[in-house]
Design a protein around this ligand. Sequence first.
Ligand code: HAM
Length: 413
Amino acid sequence: MARPTHHAPRGTFDVLPSEKRLRRRVELVAMTILGRAGYEPIATPIFEETDLFERGVGRSTDIVQKEMFTFEDKGGRSLTLRPEGTAPICRAYLENGMHKLAQPVKLYYRGPFFRHERPQAGRFRQFHQFGLETIGSDSPLADAEAIILLADILAELGVPGVKLRLGSLGSPGSRASYLAELKAYLRANEADLSKEVRERIELNPLRAFDADDEGTRGVMAKAPTLLERLDTEDAGHFAQVRSLLEADGIPYEIDPTLVRGLDYYTRTIFSFVCSDLGAQSEIGGGGRYDGLIEQLGGPPTPAVGWAAGIERIMLALAEDEAPARARDVFLAAADDDQRTRALALANELRHAGLSTEVDLAGRGLKGQLKHADRIGARRVLILEADGSLQLRDMETGDQRQVGPGEVLDELSR
Ligand code: HAM
């Protein structure tokens, strides 16, 4: 079983060895592609001061209002299990003086994140992301490179049915006048809106585009969009990102109503969805967040990034990694003397880089061969009672005698 199955109602899951292979492949592909592009790994703590997320992610967001695992430590400080990675990385950038490094600073990360959401397929309370942040560049090239790298990772993994949606939220100036227009429009149509949207007209009117009730959707279909109201500079930035993606052959759809669940975004936003995934179809997304570092007390520092959900990617791949014959050799011993010899020989072979196992359960020779097959050993080296050695190929069943001096050479083939 290679798919994470959640333990309702906790919304958490165990990562079993059988599932770990696929997980490892996903992580390895991502880290390799990002490393090749010059991104460097960073890790931040699992918990942070609550204030970081309130200021960074935004007090009006669902994440901060409903989904954070927040607790008080023994000193009375409010701490929160990180619901996302961008605000912590910006904090780390500031606290560690990373603005003094060559800019932009290009970082990647992976690890567990926590949101108190209603658990369902593809939505967990502890889940894992890998992500990228490019801090210190306002160039559309940084947006395009970030998007191209995620597209590349998903293609390399073979995730089927991937679509890229692209939008722009403009910068705070153009957004403010648009928001005023949108609020007026929502108020004029208040009667048809859901209660939740109505209550949040002032706080977060953009989320109305996200609502799924029919009344609100009808109103939003005719609402003015931010894309139509971008100022010249924001529109120019967006046009450049689009033409860079086109030059690289990355297909995308413009989504004028694309919104994201975090408040820090400015200008470019994007979302990679997988049509095979049902309700939780977003496998990764992100955007530009030019104001976040300043909001956290730093100098104005433009940045862009994304994060992808590892479990969602695994669900989309919907494949069990073939339980490959993963052990190079199993040493089967005919008697107790040979068991002693087997343990020492196993150590030697392991030092030579071969994955090697011995019987740890006192099985007879026949039982050991059966066990070797079960655990997927490619070959078995039988240590006979007279000291001779038989090498058996578990795929073909071929068996022949080998001399003690030939063992390493034979096994390394
Ligand atoms: P996000 O869209 O909130 O963005 O999360 C990124 C990805 O994490 C989602 O696309 C989804 O695949 C996965 N994900 C989110 N919540 C869950 C959940 N409850 N269970 C399983 N998977 C989930 C961020 O977190 C931003 N920090 C991305 C970013 C980086 N923006 C700029 N830089």
